[in-house]
Design a protein. Structure first.
Length: 367
């Protein structure tokens, strides 16, 4: 007689009773009775046996499904170097890697550090700690490299990269600073050099009183010449660019020579010998003036030394004059404040105006 092929249920039943037999062998002869009873029960009540096994399998499978699908609480702590962020999740994920993916946890494989195995199971009230890596731009010796690291100090990172720091070099931020997101690490190379420069020095203008010249007169008694000096500096360079310099030594290569202008201070109340004149006006009040730029008189002529502003009703415009203490002048200017026996004498600068002041003189009209 050919046995009918067993179905899936019968195979499951056979497996169940084989397990029972194995269990009986382990515990020894004390369970022989139970083993024989199970075999006899299977032979005389096959349908009932199948029903029992199926029921047991369903119960076990249901327990497994309920156990795996019941939501579990998971706490995630993420340290991103700026602080720790704690979040709680209710999840039905079975493994850590699927939990990270399902809940979009901020974790980068191969960079961040996690304190549990990615393929380990999820348990209720589980706590997961993640240390985030940070990207830090590092600039040194003219090159910039972006490195991904766990938070360490600037000095530790430079050691890892093999970047040497000299005694005078500048590191920003400081070597003991713990790097965090947003930081940029820069090593500035500091060197020193010597610079030598030749500089031209301008001469100055000095005025000297000359009592042999009449007041208002000037004369250049010494021309000015520029000088040359050589300055030596200690120069500090940062990444090849000058940062500061300190004067170390100055050597005079050529002395400068000031320009000296003599100005007359001799007040003469007399007139040149043999002076021919038409009219003498006594007791004239004489003041002085000076304008910057290119001032012009009543005839549009430039005002220079020898220009005299007058009251044209007293002294006709265009008259050639001789003024005691001043010298020869031409009446070619007028002024709103010049009335009657008052004249205004043009000086080459304000210093001469101050020396002249206001005084009473005799005016000789030559023509």
């Amino acid at each position: 007689m050919v046995d009918k092929p067993k179905g899936k249920t019968e195979i499951l039943i056979d497996g169940f009773f084989k397990w029972c037999g194995k269990f009986a062998e382990i515990v020894g002869d004390k369970t022989a009775f139970h083993r024989n009873a199970a075999r006899n029960f299977k032979e005389h009540h096959p349908r009932v046996s199948r029903t029992i096994v199926v029921s047991v399998c369903i119960v076990v499978l249901g327990a497994l499904i309920v156990g795996f699908t019941k939501p579990k609480m998971v706490t995630v702590n993420i340290d991103d170097s700026n602080g720790i962020t704690t979040s709680q999740y209710e999840t039905t994920s079975m493994r850590v890697d699927s939990f990270i993916e399902n809940h979009q946890i901020d974790y980068v494989y191969g960079q961040d550090v996690i304190d549990v195995e990615l393929y380990s199971g999820i348990s209720d009230n589980m706590e997961i700690n993640i240390q985030k890596a940070v990207q830090i731009p590092v600039t040194a010796d003219g090159k910039t490299e972006i490195v991904t690291i766990l938070p360490i100090t600037a000095g530790e990172l430079l050691d890892e990269l093999g970047i040497k720091v000299g005694d005078n070099d500048i590191v920003e931020p400081a070597l003991d600073h713990k790097l965090q997101k947003g930081d940029e690490l820069r090593v500035k190379r500091v060197t020193t050099d010597i610079a030598v420069e030749e500089v031209t020095t301008d001469y100055e203008i000095r005025y000297a009183a000359d009592y042999s010249m009449g007041i208002g007169r000037t004369a250049v008694v010494q021309e000015g010449t520029t000088g040359r000096i050589q300055n030596t500096y200690d120069v500090v360079l940062v990444d090849g660019e000058e940062s500061s310099r300190t004067l170390k030594e100055t050597v005079v290569l050529q002395q400068k020579q000031d320009r000296v202008i003599a100005y007359g201070v001799n007040i003469s109340l007399g007139i040149p010998s043999g002076l021919q004149y038409k009219t003498k006006i006594s007791g004239v009040r004489a003041v002085s003036y000076n304008f910057s730029g290119n001032p012009k008189g009543a005839y549009g002529l430039p005002c220079t030394y020898g220009t005299c502003a007058v009251d044209k009703d007293v002294i006709p415009l265009g008259s050639l004059l001789y003024i005691e203490g001043y010298g020869y002048a031409v009446a070619n200017d007028v002024g709103t404040g010049i009335k009657g026996n008052t004249i205004d004498l043009y000086m080459e600068d304000l210093r001469q105006c101050g020396i002249w002041g206001a005084r009473t003189v005799n005016v000789y009209v030559i023509r």
